[in-house]
Design a protein around this ligand. Structure first.
Ligand SMILES: *Cc1c(COP(=O)(O)O)cnc(C)c1O
Length: 425
């Protein structure tokens, strides 16, 4: 199986090449050349299904033999599908080490990069993070052989709990606080990729959310949940998905195109309405980013939209398969407040967007996608529900570890400071 650039001007690559490349040389994003998976007889477990999907994407790749182990590493925690009533279920993606759905993709990528290393070069993963992504990536790569992670984050601009999740690792994880904004961190990472020549035994690699190695494994839970729902209720469910950069929802669309019993896909966005506007006008018009309570979805220019437009060159077909809605902060608050009484659930602010959208879609069978544990966003959720939330065990363990990080200033010689810090790894 080969992977092609959405812009069509770069050569095709195998899976293990595409995950090291990150962005295609023509500026496009890698997509699989085919989305056909033979449905045949399916093992009912999520692991069995994921191994079949992963094997088909790794066909002809040296990684093919390791597909089973990589899937096991990625799915090392439960992913329950909970039925809430006759026509609604919730897919809980927050039982991983950092309590959000990004654990699945980050762990798959970490395991795949580590397994496909020839042992001669170490992959240096450079990530700029505004909070959540870095924690999932750090946890996923910690102690993996032949890889090291460097995390750049804006000093003083993330919550204490987020900081702890970036700074508690050590060994092959280097946490660097930049005196500047998230944009400064991102600009620094970009400069490093463009200007920096790593040593003979190093290779600079990106693990950001456009990497195909983070998005493909997200198809596993959509494939499994759709089959499971259909088996229980006899109907192909739609999915309502909290959406920001469109990585998670893109995987749902790929699962649908692979032939799994998936109905409509609904993007539940916050006040950042770029995707919602696109779905109503067909015109792509990125907007400046607005801060909201569902801050992991604060994206004004979702980069995976390029994959969406590539998958659906025909806008009318896209309109048949996809809907999008925007949920403002007031509606997020209201949904969290009524969560206990209405559903016996406490929602995180992102999941609350999906729950709110359930009132706006046509009646039918829907799976709500729950992207994070509410205790991860305690500053928003606790005042609304009126009590303390207990941290899941995996996060409690992280909170108990010792913190350490380096600091660099943003500005002209930030790249040489970064280099010095990395050389200490
Ligand atoms: C990243 C994130 C999202 C948004 O996912 P995308 O793939 O960027 O659309 C939603 N909820 C949570 C909790 C997240 O961390």
């Amino acid at each position: 199986m080969k992977f092609l650039s959405t812009r069509g001007a770069s050569g095709s690559l195998s899976f293990s090449e595409a995950i090291r490349q990150g962005l295609a040389p023509d500026g496009g994003l890698y997509v699989p050349e085919r989305l056909a998976v033979s449905l045949g007889t399916w093992d009912e477990s999520i692991l069995g299904i994921s191994q079949k999907i992963a094997s088909s994407f790794m066909e002809g790749d040296p990684l093919h033999a390791s597909a089973g182990q990589i899937c096991q590493d990625a799915l090392s925690f439960p992913i329950p599908l909970k039925f809430l009533n006759q026509t609604t279920a919730v897919l809980e993606l927050f039982h991983g080490p950092t309590a959000a759905f990004k654990d699945v993709g980050a762990r798959f990528l970490a395991s795949a990069l580590s397994a496909s290393s020839d042992g001669k070069k170490r992959d240096l993963i450079l990530v700029a993070t505004s909070g959540d992504t870095g924690g999932a990536v750090a946890s996923a790569f910690f102690q993996k052989p032949h890889v090291a992670v460097v995390i750049l984050w804006p000093h003083g601009k993330i919550s204490p709990r987020q900081q702890q999740q970036l700074c508690c690792w050590g060994e092959n994880v280097l946490s660097i606080a930049v005196d500047g904004s998230f944009d400064d961190c991102q600009a620094l990472a970009k400069r490093a990729f463009l200007e920096w020549t790593p040593g003979p035994h190093q290779r600079l690699t990106s693990a950001n959310s456009i990497n195909i190695g983070r998005i493909l494994p997200q198809t596993f839970y959509y494939a499994w949940a759709s089959l499971k729902y259909k088996q229980e209720r006899g109907v192909a469910p739609g999915f309502i998905i909290p959406t920001g950069n469109l990585g998670n929802a893109m995987a749902a669309l790929w699962a649908k195109k692979m032939g799994f019993p998936v109905g409509q896909i609904v993007f539940a966005c916050n006040s950042n309405a770029t995707l919602v506007n696109y779905m109503s006008s067909g015109v792509w018009q990125p907007l400046p980013t607005t801060s909201t309570l569902a801050n992991a979805m604060d994206v004004g220019n979702p980069s995976n939209a390029e994959r969406l437009r590539h998958l659906y060159p025909d806008f009318n077909e896209l309109k048949r398969d996809v809907q999008a809605f925007s949920v403002d902060d007031e509606a997020i608050r209201a949904e969290i407040v009524r969560g206990k009484a209405k559903w016996s659930e406490t929602w995180c602010p992102h999941t609350a967007c999906a729950v709110q959208v359930l009132d706006r879609v046509h009646a039918g069978d829907w799976i709500l996608v729950s992207t994070a544990h509410p205790a991860k966003f305690e500053q928003v959720v606790e005042p609304l529900v009126g009590h303390r939330l207990e941290l899941p065990k995996s996060l409690q363990e992280i909170m108990g570890k010792k913190q350490s990080f380096s600091r660099i200033e943003s500005g002209k010689d930030s790249l040489s400071q970064l280099r010095k810090a990395i050389d200490s790894l």
